[in-house]
Ligand binder design. Structure first.
Ligand SMILES: [Zn+2]
Length: 345
């Protein structure tokens, strides 16, 4: 059994092509269930304000295989209030989301947001999430070398971004006030270079999990000392989730497949292997550990089946969203019309 905790829906494929793509991909890689994580905002050029509705649509279309995580929307010109954010969460709960995704801890979006993840404006949201034990996946920081190497895929070393330590301090502050949050930190919280530090963090925060969505550097780090990684995975087997970042794309289909090759081989017990011209070692976890990582932990977090969808509420919030966003691109409008129509049945 395999549940992937970390899909996205931000590729170039149309709605119908996407459900077909995900269906085929899941079949090919024997993925039984997956959680699709929305993000409404990132950098201006890749904002997808209707992302929540798309993810809910996928959940409905591919039921009961898909769990959908909503995300909060922001107004980058004029700050929203605590009540505004709480209302967004309540509407998401009413529509039938299974969890919530925060991309806001990614350094570039955090810079755009302009205030702390621990800002009191999110208190009502965290309070409710904690009370309901509602699943949260949070992306905080990025690989260490993004701060060091100007040629990296993203570069954060020009002084205008928060440091990794500052971002971690914001999470510590949230967990200090809301210690029981059902929180998963994506990409191993970018701590793969220092497993002792990762262990200390998990010991300190018993409600927190890490997903192992690559982060190719994560698997390079594990490869440096696969025995240590194996031991870590065994000790923390009930805190680690399988994830991939797979999205709906033909253009990057080979990437999606390479990620699965990496995950499968790295969590296997075979010889060293090469993906994307890099050599990795297999961690070789025992069977019980692997079962927790691939399935049991997500089952504990999400239950066996997705929460029911409220079609009438979803249609209502789509209409409201369209009224509030008259400048939405024609392409996005068309998608929303299709989504609204599919929620009539
Ligand atoms: Zn992701």
């Amino acid at each position: 059994m395999l549940t992937d905790s970390h899909f996205h829906f931000d590729g170039e494929l149309s709605l119908n092509e996407s459900s077909e793509y995900f269906g085929n991909f899941m079949k090919k890689h024997s993925i039984d269930k997956a959680a699709v994580l929305a993000y409404c905002a990132w950098l201006e050029e890749n904002d997808m304000p209707h992302s929540n509705f798309k993810c809910l649509w996928l959940k409905k279309t591919m039921a009961p295989k898909i769990f959908a995580y909503m995300s909060l929307s922001h107004n980058f010109e004029k700050r929203l209030s605590a009540q505004d954010y709480l209302r967004q969460l309540e509407q998401g709960l009413e529509m039938g989301f299974d969890g919530i995704k925060f991309l806001e801890g990614k350094p570039d979006l955090r810079k755009r947001l302009g205030f702390s993840l621990a800002d009191s404006v999110f208190d009502l949201v965290y309070e409710k999430l904690e009370k309901l034990n509602f699943p949260i996946t949070m992306h905080v920081a990025d690989p260490e070398y993004f701060w060091r190497e100007p040629d990296a895929y993203c570069y954060y070393g020009d002084g205008s971004f928060l440091t990794k330590e500052q971002l971690y301090a914001e999470v510590d502050e949230i967990l200090c006030r809301f210690p029981a949050l059902n929180l998963t930190l994506a990409h191993f919280y970018f701590l793969s270079e220092d497993l002792d530090c990762a262990a200390k963090f998990l010991d300190k925060h018993p409600s927190v999990n890490f997903d192992i969505t690559p982060g190719w550097e994560m698997f390079s780090d594990f490869s440096k000392n696969p025995l240590h990684a194996r031991e870590f995975f065994k000790v923390y087997k009930n805190r680690i989730l399988w994830g991939s970042d797979v999205t709906n794309t033909k253009i990057n289909d080979s990437y999606n497949n390479e990620v699965y090759l990496l995950l499968t081989k790295a969590l296997g017990d075979g010889d060293d292997f090469v993906v994307r011209e890099k050599v990795f070692s297999a961690i070789g976890p025992d069977e019980e550990t692997l079962h927790f990582i691939k399935y049991k932990n997500m089952q504990r977090i999400l239950g066996d089946s997705p929460r029911p969808i409220n079609c009438a509420a979803t249609r209502k919030y789509i209409s409201q969203f369209m009224l509030e966003n008259p400048d939405l691109s024609p392409e996005y409008k068309k998608e929303l019309d299709m989504i609204a129509k599919d929620f009539e049945q």
